[in-house]
Design a protein around this ligand. Structure first.
Ligand SMILES: Nc1ncnc2c1ncn2[C@@H]1O[C@H](COP(=O)(O)OP(=O)(O)OP(=O)(O)O)[C@@H](O)[C@H]1O
Ligand SMILES: [Mg+2]
Length: 360
């Protein structure tokens, strides 16, 4: 799959932008704070409805404006689709696919798949559990619409339950209503756990192979799904912890507290791995994400590479470039020397300056 074109209006520091992409590699280079990442963000947003940096719609709309527009044309399995997104600040965004408005953002998922790779991803292994959950959720949501709706529902129910726990402190008579929320929480939660278990299993097979090559045959990597509770045990544990939940006014059991752990040759990478090992593990994880999408969708995802080349040593850089040869890649960098004089074919080089893009 690939992006054919992108149009922006009042998007961050772009008044207007219209850019076409070829199927191979496009380089966007320029000084800091010129708008390189903003382009990648807009592509990611149009495909997933979310900013990769977790920004709110109103932060994306250009200063002093009330609305922003994104139009993305993508091709998947040889069929072109047009995604229109209309950001309206505090109101929810309007989305249309091929000119037809969609009601729920989950309807957008599956039109196309992107993998975003930024320098922050290289610290995923040592970041907080919530970052690793976010990685897992974003990926699973793109691959599986049912997961996505369970995930949205689970979070809604969780928020309702947590605010009820706070209310019960003042109104103990509401205690009985907890059962209704618990039932729904368990229902959605169990399905999340099952999907995550299967996801980690698939990622393990792929990642073992990639990491072994990346480490020159020396390192066996493994991902463990660190479950806060199991599918079978969730209901009982939730009941057992109810008194504590009421005391602390928050839900303490459930997949919202899950995590991932990474091991190299059976040693925990987060606690004992070198910085290099942590970064290599994160790189293998990202490359595994690409391969998993390819296996499940029977087509390569679109890769958005935000300034990562300068963060990698030459071996890892070489490996990355080799792995993405037949994938549409949009790359940002401050200088493009890393890319020229390589076997890699570059279709377009653009210079980004103060919210404008020029062909080199
Ligand atoms: N809502 C907004 N309205 C107008 N300008 C914005 C908005 N949000 C961010 N910007 C501007 O966008 C610019 C940052 O863009 P971006 O993050 O794409 O830079 P970059 O080229 O990737 O830089 P770097 O190389 O440092 O990563 C800044 O100048 C910032 O002030
Ligand atoms: Mg940037």
């Amino acid at each position: 799959m690939y992006v054919r074109s992108l149009k922006l209006k009042n998007y961050r520091n772009y008044d207007k932008l219209h850019i076409h992409f070829d199927k191979g590699t496009t380089i966007l280079y320029g000084d800091n704070a010129q708008g390189k990442t903003n382009v990648l963000e807009s592509v990611y947003l149009a495909v997933t409805t979310k900013s990769h940096r977790g920004s709110k719609d109103k932060e994306i709309i250009q200063f002093g404006e009330n609305e922003a527009h994104v139009r993305l044309k993508v091709v998947k399995h040889d069929v072109e689709h047009r995604i229109d997104m209309h950001l309206r600040g505090l109101k929810s965004k309007g989305i249309a696919v091929d000119g037809i408005p969609i009601k729920r953002s989950s309807e957008l998922l599956g039109i196309c798949n992107v993998v975003f790779f930024s320098p922050e991803d290289l610290s995923l292994i040592k970041d907080s559990p919530s970052d690793r959950r976010r990685f897992m959720n974003m990926e699973l949501c793109q691959l599986d619409k049912i997961y996505c709706s369970d995930y949205v529902n689970y979070n809604n129910v969780l928020n309702q339950r947590n605010s009820l726990l706070k209310q019960i402190y003042f109104r103990p008579d509401l205690n009985d209503t907890l059962d209704i929320w618990d039932e729904q929480l368990i229902d959605h939660g169990r399905r999340l756990i099952k999907s995550r278990r299967e996801f980690v299993e698939m990622m393990n097979d792929i990642m073992r192979d990639i990491h072994l090559r990346l480490s020159g045959g020396k390192e066996n990597v493994r991902i463990d799904y660190v479950m806060n509770t199991t599918e079978e045990g969730f209901a009982d544990e939730l009941r057992a912890k109810r008194d504590k939940d009421l005391k602390y006014q928050t839900t303490q059991v459930g997949p919202h507290r899950d995590d991932l752990a990474f091991f190299i040759n059976d040693i925990d990478v987060k606690s004992y791995g070198s910085q290099g090992q942590q970064r290599t593990t994160a790189l293998s994880l990202k490359l595994s994400e690409i391969r998993l999408v390819r296996e499940m969708m029977r087509e390569n995802p679109i890769l958005l590479l935000d300034d990562v080349m300068s963060e990698l040593d030459s071996n890892r850089r070489e490996y990355l470039l080799d792995s993405i040869k037949d994938i549409q890649t949009i790359v940002t960098c401050t200088g493009y020397d890393d890319f020229i004089n390589r076997r890699m074919k570059i279709d377009n080089i653009y210079r980004v300056e103060n919210g404008a893009i020029m062909a080199k």
